[in-house]
Design a protein around this ligand. Structure first.
Ligand code: NAP
Length: 280
């Protein structure tokens, strides 16, 4: 039997800056669809205020929280219990109550990324995946690719040393670090993932050379809310392009499950985010 709480609890997304976040409409839509009175808010929190936030969170018995930049790594200094996804990626985006009323951390971007690319499993299994970027999102993608059983990854990053450090860390997958020249001549990968932040700003170029794109390739962009040059290039060359909205919704759904203990209405989450996105 579903428990309807008389008084709702509160959940937050915290970070800085936070004004651009689409997380409140996503989570609030799922609470409403489930008939729950919980409410989800965005709050600006700087790293030096994280301890105070966590103390207050415990005092008010918060339902849960999401963490975004610049708190995803810092939060690990405050909370000891964490999932394998946090240990392996070194970053957390979800705070939740685990058994024994202990606070714990998860990185639900890993699950969100798996849901984003699961429709392309045939490409992932048989051919190498080309991953662009070596930041926090790229680490979540690499662990996701490992979970999906991908054999081979080509990894490119503007700062090559960072890509090399990542390759050492994810040794269960065979990772070739590509130079800029190798990126321009790589013809084997049919799934290309943009996990760089290039495309966040209007006028940003694509990190991937358009003349390498061929029909039958798919470009998966983690960026959502705008059509990036990366997405446009894949579409223009008759190849498929996918944006990061599904990943955003699915990482939120996994966090919601951690807090509520049941699955949310993902369709309600998705339509809320599309509406909020078109209003921005
Ligand atoms: P991050 O840790 O700051 O890493 C940024 C990455 O972008 C690094 O690899 C960096 O390369 C690269 N980069 C930045 N500027 C560049 C430029 N001018 N040219 C080439 N590469 C550049 O950020 P993150 O957390 O990994 O996030 C990356 C992107 O993923 C963001 O756009 C974020 O919004 C998106 N994201 C989406 C979701 C979702 O749910 N859809 C989830 C997480 C993240 P260097 O190492 O050389 O600096």
């Amino acid at each position: 039997m579903k428990t309807i709480e008389k008084y709702g609890r509160q959940a937050w997304v915290i970070g800085s800056p936070i004004s651009h976040t689409l997380s409140p409409p996503i989570h609030n839509a799922a609470f409403e669809a489930a008939g729950l009175r919980h409410r989800y808010f965005a709050m600006e929190v700087e790293p030096e205020d994280l301890g105070t936030f966590l103390t207050t969170f415990k005092q008010v018995n918060g339902l849960g929280a999401n963490l975004t930049l610049p708190l995803k790594e810092t939060v690990r200094d405050f909370v000891e219990r964490e999932t394998e996804a946090v240990e392996r990626t070194g970053a957390a985006n979800t705070l939740y109550w685990a058994d024994n009323d202990e606070l714990a951390l998860d990185n639900t971007d890993v699950y969100g990324f798996c849901k984003l690319v699961e429709d392309h499993e045939d490409r992932i299994r048989d051919r190498p995946v080309l991953l662009l970027g070596a930041g926090g999102a790229a680490r979540a993608c690499l662990l996701g690719l490992e979970h999906l059983g991908v054999g081979e990854v080509r990894l490119w990053n503007r700062t090559t040393e960072k890509a090399e450090r990542l390759a050492d860390r994810f040794s269960a997958v065979s990772i070739d670090v590509l130079s800029e020249e190798q990126l321009e001549s790589d013809e084997e990968a049919t799934l290309v993932v943009n996990a760089t932040s290039l495309g966040l700003e209007a006028g940003d170029p694509s990190p991937f050379p358009a003349d390498v794109i061929e029909e039958g390739m798919v470009g998966v962009d983690l960026i959502y809310g705008r059509e990036t040059q990366f997405q446009q290039d894949f579409e223009r060359h008759g190849a498929g392009a996918v944006d990061g909205l599904t990943m955003l919704v699915r990482q939120a759904a996994r966090a919601w499950e951690r807090w509520v203990g049941e699955s949310p209405d993902v369709a309600a989450m998705e339509s809320a985010v599309r509406e909020a996105d078109s209003d921005q």
